[in-house]
Design a protein around this ligand. Structure first.
Ligand SMILES: Nc1nc2c(ncn2[C@@H]2O[C@H](COP(=O)(O)OP(=O)(O)O)[C@@H](O)[C@H]2O)c(=O)[nH]1
Ligand SMILES: [Mg+2]
Length: 263
């Protein structure tokens, strides 16, 4: 993974007209970055908040989040980039956000929120080739823009926001589980959070559950045949990392309801 920095993000934002901030529709509040939003505003660029992975939440939930975010004065849309659903709505929002033509767009967000998938979806049939805008300052240099549809051009490097916060927040913000000092503790917290909103989620995803998340991880390791070589105890760290990966893949049914927001 590329080590991202806020300096790099600022350079990227400086180059574009519109920033698309990708957030995970299951946990939009945690995967939004106020720091990014302030930076985009400060630099006088347009911001569109794209609630991605909307296939993992009910439609009325996605609609409600869009309403809430628009109520804060930001443009917001929801989409399921992986399924190529909602990309037309996002394109329309980009076109409406500015009179500048052509429009240079940067896609920025925490890891695993779907930046690459959105870039690909916006490129549509344009293919893998990058096409510099004739007459633009970058034209004579290395091509670094992808042609999207119409007048939209996309920066070829999405901006990665470094995951911050406590270990659970970092995990929800896409930090790789291999880097966690205590993946078991984080997976236990993640399971508790998920079950608070959907008590049957673990049962639905794995076909079994235990009241104590620690017991669940231990049994998951046993069922999958993951044991320490030394003492043949269940390798719960591997079970913990698996649950975190499965969460990111959307295998565990869960989302935060918008009613939680205004508390
Ligand atoms: N369910 C679902 N998964 C998605 C969607 N978009 C991306 N993903 C998945 O989320 C993971 C991260 O996507 P990626 O585009 O690589 O994220 P990036 O790290 O922000 O560039 C991948 O496993 C994607 O398949 C979506 O709309 N729905
Ligand atoms: Mg990516």
């Amino acid at each position: 993974m590329i080590t991202a920095s806020w300096g790099m993000l600022a350079n990227l934002i400086r180059r574009v007209d519109v920033v698309v901030e990708t957030v995970d529709a299951r946990v939009p509040t945690t995967t939004r970055s106020r720091r990014l939003e302030r930076l985009v505003e400060m630099m006088g660029k347009k911001l569109i908040i794209a609630l991605n992975k909307a296939d993992l939440v009910p439609r009325d939930v996605a609609d409600e989040w869009v309403k809430i975010i628009r109520g804060e004065g930001y443009e917001a849309v929801y989409l399921a980039a992986k399924e190529h659903k909602g990309t037309r709505v996002l394109r329309r929002a980009i076109n409406r956000s500015t009179d500048v033509r052509p429009i240079l767009v940067g896609v920025v967000g925490y890891p695993k929120t779907g930046k690459s998938t959105i870039v690909n979806a916006l490129r549509g049939r344009a293919g893998a080739s990058t096409s510099p805008i004739p007459g633009s300052p970058g034209y004579t240099r290395r091509p670094n823009l992808y042609k999207g549809s119409g007048q939209i051009y996309l920066l070829d490097t999405p901006g990665v926001i470094p995951p911050d916060g406590n270990p659970l927040e970092k995990t929800l913000r896409g930090a790789p589980p291999e880097k966690l000092r205590d993946p078991v503790k984080v997976a236990v917290e993640l399971i508790k959070m998920i079950k608070r909103y959907r008590p049957s989620a673990i049962q639905e995803a794995y076909g079994f559950d235990r009241e104590d998340p620690y017991d669940f991880l231990s049994e998951l390791a046993t069922k999958r045949g993951w044991f320490y070589k030394s003492d043949h105890e269940p390798l719960i760290e591997q079970a913990a990392r698996t649950v975190i990966y499965d969460y990111h893949k959307g295998k565990i049914p869960f989302y935060i309801p918008p009613s939680e927001y205004r508390r």
